[in-house]
Design a protein around this ligand. Structure first.
Ligand code: PSU
Ligand code: MN
Length: 314
């Protein structure tokens, strides 16, 4: 797939040499977000999993590009040392959605990128495939709070395939699907008709589209981009069976975490990290093991899709 993004002319963008070379020669690259490293997973699991995701992508012969903001640059492809800094630092790390990017650049502060932030940066670099755990969405009670993740807007805007394990049950799943339809995002179930629900394989909601293979997904993405339609696509992969959480365990932990969030008056960008941490504690780490498993599975799917996209069509 040819890349036309003029990353050479952007003084805010710093690509790892390996990522730059791969993009220049049309080899597969997969972007990775960093909010899951800085705010989504507890230490030291965060660093282990970040490295494992990169390794999973390399195992499929694609190049990983973890994105974060450091020292006034959008770094696309953190070095080993930079990844470690992000995962272990005592400095404050901002959680940057699209709105936080320019501020972090101008102030030269350390910022981890959310799905929305990473997609915006990937588009600047010309990366077409992105792996994450779960996307942000329409929060429960959003009719009152208006808390709808910028991820949903960026999914409609950035020309990339985002691979996730569905929508976390901390969100309002039906409303999130509605919003994705409004944004024009095709939501594709990978080998499933049922929308995956992050820690659990099924949600009871139907995905609008289904595909069996990375090649099929690549063909849909090509059709969307080469026709001139543009915008993003969302691929949802069920968590591997062995690591899925029993639905009842999760529902109890979520209900408790939501009561704790209300008691602590947590809102805005802090709500997702708060709920994830509480659920981790309440499920005694089984949710963390599940999170790791789905992240690695998504990285593998994303790499295979990137490889299929990079292949020249006969
Ligand atoms: N889902 C997870 N772990 C995470 C996130 C989502 O399982 O760490 C992060 C992602 O970076 C996502 C962000 O983009 O939370 C959404 O935050 P908000 O709801 O504030 O937009
Ligand atoms: Mn929000």
């Amino acid at each position: 797939m040819p890349h036309h993004a003029d990353f050479t002319a952007n003084r805010y963008l710093r690509l790892a040499p390996e990522v730059r070379d791969a993009l220049a020669s049309g080899r597969p690259v997969v972007a990775l977000e960093s909010t899951v490293i800085a705010h989504g997973l507890p230490r030291p699991t965060n660093l282990t999993v970040a490295r494992e995701m990169e390794a999973a992508i390399r195992a499929e012969s694609a190049v990983p590009a973890t994105v974060a903001l450091l020292d006034g640059s959008i770094v696309v492809g953190l070095s080993g040392a930079e990844l470690e800094r992000l995962a272990t630092t005592d400095e404050p790390v901002a959680k940057a959605s699209r709105r936080g990017l320019a501020v972090a650049l101008a102030q030269r502060s350390l910022a981890a990128t959310t799905v929305a932030g990473t997609l915006a940066c990937a588009a600047l670099a010309g990366i077409r495939v992105f792996a994450t755990g779960g996307i942000g969405g329409v929060h429960r009670g959003a009719t009152q709070t208006f808390d709808i993740s910028a991820d949903l807007i960026e999914l409609g805007r950035a020309p990339a395939v985002t691979v996730c394990a569905g929508i976390k049950a901390i969100l309002d799943l039906p409303l999130t699907l509605e919003y994705l339809e409004t944004q024009g995002v095709p939501v594709i179930g990978a080998q499933t008709d049922d929308l995956p629900a992050f820690y659990c394989r099924t949600s009871g909601l139907r995905v609008p589209f289904r595909a069996e293979t990375p090649a099929e997904i690549a063909a849909i993405a090509r059709a969307q981009w080469e026709s001139g339609l543009g915008g993003g696509l969302l691929v949802t992969c069920p968590i591997p069976e062995a690591e899925a959480l029993p639905e009842s365990d999760f529902a109890d932990a979520l209900a408790q975490a939501e009561r704790d969030a209300a008691d602590a008056h947590v809102s805005g960008p802090a709500i997702t990290p708060f709920l994830l941490a509480r659920i981790g504690a309440l499920t005694e780490g089984t949710s963390i093991a599940a999170n790791r498993a789905l992240l690695l599975n998504n990285a593998t799917w994303a790499a295979r899709i990137a490889v299929a996209l990079a292949r020249v069509e006969p």
